[in-house]
Design a protein around this ligand. Structure first.
Ligand SMILES: [Zn+2]
Length: 148
């Protein structure tokens, strides 16, 4: 049995997990999710770059918005629980200027979030199949005064 990312190539796992983005080698614009395949074009309308490198994104960001997911999202969403239990979602702005949506870490809810508050990326188990655990990134509130 092993643990692996639920979405291959979107983030790293381990002690200091990070989201993976694509950075244009021409203008350094960085995106998430990362570009895949050969037919990639830079999303900067003033750039004609077609080559990208994979970079690790900031592990911390600031809450831009958040919500309670009261209704189960449509497929391919995989519910962790049956029946469905609402969870919190946060849109987090990274210093790269990218906003990344994610669930809030286990044990936290909307009551732990506020706009502008700092959160940190963690990787937790989303689900499991016959080959092992499926991992997903989540946002964990950083308590004030905590700089570790
Ligand atoms: Zn570019």
């Amino acid at each position: 049995m092993s643990a692996r990312p639920a979405i291959a190539g979107w983030f790293t796992t381990g002690d200091t997990p990070a989201l993976l983005g694509s950075r244009c080698t021409t203008c350094a614009t960085t995106y998430f999710p990362p570009t895949t395949g050969d037919s990639a074009f830079c999303r900067n309308p003033r750039c004609s770059g077609e080559e990208f490198e994979t970079v690790e994104l900031s592990r911390r960001g600031k809450v831009w918005s958040y919500t309670d997911a009261q209704y189960q999202p449509p497929a391919p969403y995989i519910s962790r629980t049956d029946p469905y239990v609402p969870f919190a979602l946060a849109a987090v702005e990274l210093e790269e200027g990218i906003t990344v949506l994610g669930q809030v870490a286990d044990g936290f809810g909307v009551g732990d979030l506020k706009v502008g508050a700092e959160v940190e990326l963690v990787v937790e188990t989303l689900n499991a199949d016959e080959e092992g655990d499926l991992l997903i990134w989540r946002w964990r509130p950083v308590s004030e005064g905590q700089n570790a």
